[in-house]
Design a protein around this ligand. Structure first.
Ligand code: ACO
Length: 351
């Protein structure tokens, strides 16, 4: 089978820089608390009413397409990973397609949160390896700033996330020793509610002991569960996160799935030239780095500047590393992700 490679990569982050100090003006938090727990110093927020998740994706995709040496007309499939789409439905993939004049080809939206890029890369790889498509555009983009609780109640979550987009074009590799060596995908739905955006939705309280929380009307024969007045009144419309549960699971699964990628290909951690972990939290990345015994220059971290951009974080970090010359031809690059679901995965690439 033909091997697949990343033929072009690009990223875009909005211009507006929001520092930790800026957040202290709207909620009870501090630069010290945020830096100590997450490593984040600032993040970017998209321009409301002008930018959207799909427009961030378009800007990244334009760069990736140009660097792949093709035009938008050559793309034959789109995969769009996001948890903050422009619309509940349809997905952002068709909006990006419309904006870039690529109508007619397939557009797949995937909902794998922080693991979205690695999941998407695995899907793109399969399409290319089977020979079905030659230029798969994979985009990860998020506009978190439109859906966070900017009051003190939401501070545990809101300070972490930022906006941005990253994109790659996955193509057949001319050299069978170079490209994506393997991908490894996992999930455990036992942790689904530990990091989740529940409402609106069809769950109807089924997964909860405390159904009262959602205020479902008892006298309504049809409907009445998707969005209730109580959800609005209680502002039960923001992401929930059990930070400590996420932390514990993440620091186990990151090293495990990286080791799986290395073992599959007969490598050890010492062979890694660059590890690009999903930028969840600097403390998580540092823990993983220590566990694997990697030097500082073998791990790319940029959460300090952009916060956690979920599906966009790996392509943004990978692109930055590549632009800085820290990922070079022939390097062994490992991508690793962990996120809501819980989902996690890795990809090993001979660049
Ligand atoms: N500013 C100031 N104080 C805060 C803030 C804030 N932004 N957020 C929470 N606090 C307070 C809490 O209210 C609490 O106060 P209390 O002790 O008076 O009740 C105190 O700080 C400690 O709160 P914890 O939630 O216990 O803080 P913790 O030490 O667990 O740190 C954090 C929270 C940073 C989220 C941590 O659990 C963590 O790193 N978790 C991993 C989750 C993660 O990285 N998620 C990223 C997104 S998911 C992903 O990408 C995989």
């Amino acid at each position: 089978m033909i091997r697949a490679k990343i033929g072009g990569i690009g990223y875009y982050v909005p211009e507006k820089v929001v520092t930790n100090h800026d957040l202290t003006k709207v909620m009870d938090t501090s630069d010290e608390w945020i830096r100590e727990r997450t490593g984040i110093q600032e993040r970017r927020y998209a321009e409301k009413h002008v930018e959207t998740t799909s427009t961030l994706g378009v800007k990244a995709a334009e760069i990736a397409i140009e660097r792949a040496g093709i035009t938008a007309k050559d793309v034959d499939f789109i995969i769009f990973a996001t948890l903050s789409p422009d619309y509940y439905f349809p997905g952002s993939g068709v909006l990006l397609q419309r904006a870039m004049g690529m109508q007619g080809i397939g557009a797949l939206d995937i909902r794998n949160q922080c693991s979205g890029f690695v999941y998407g890369l695995s899907i793109a790889e399969q399409f290319v390896r089977t020979g079905m498509y030659k230029n798969v555009l994979l985009v990860g983009a998020e506009m978190h700033s439109c859906g966070l609780d900017f009051t003190t109640r939401g501070r545990g979550v809101s300070v972490i996330f930022g906006d941005g987009g990253g994109a790659v074009v996955v193509q057949p590799s001319e050299d069978e020793n170079r490209g994506i060596l393997s991908t490894h995908l996992h999930a455990n739905g036992d942790g689904a509610e530990q990091l989740a955006y529940l409402n609106p939705g069809s769950h109807g309280g089924v997964h909860f002991e405390d159904k009262e929380r959602f205020g479902y009307p008892e006298d309504q024969e049809f409907g009445g569960i998707f969005l209730t007045q109580k959800m609005i009144d209680d502002e039960d419309l923001y992401p929930n996160m059990n930070g400590q549960a996420v932390f514990k699971y993440a620091v186990t699964k990151f090293p495990e799935v990286i080791k799986e990628a290395l073992d599959t290909n007969g490598y050890t951690a010492a062979d890694i030239d660059m590890l690009v972990p999903h930028q969840a939290n600097l403390r998580i990345s540092q823990f993983v780095q220590k566990r694997l015994g990697l030097a500082d220059d073998k791990v790319w971290n940029n959460i300090q500047k952009y916060g956690n951009t979920t599906a966009a974080s790996i392509p943004i970090a990978l692109c930055e590393a590549w632009e800085a010359g820290a990922v070079k031809e022939g390097d062994l690059v490992c991508l690793a992700a962990f996120g809501s679901g819980f989902t996690w995965g890795s990809a090993l690439i001979r660049w």
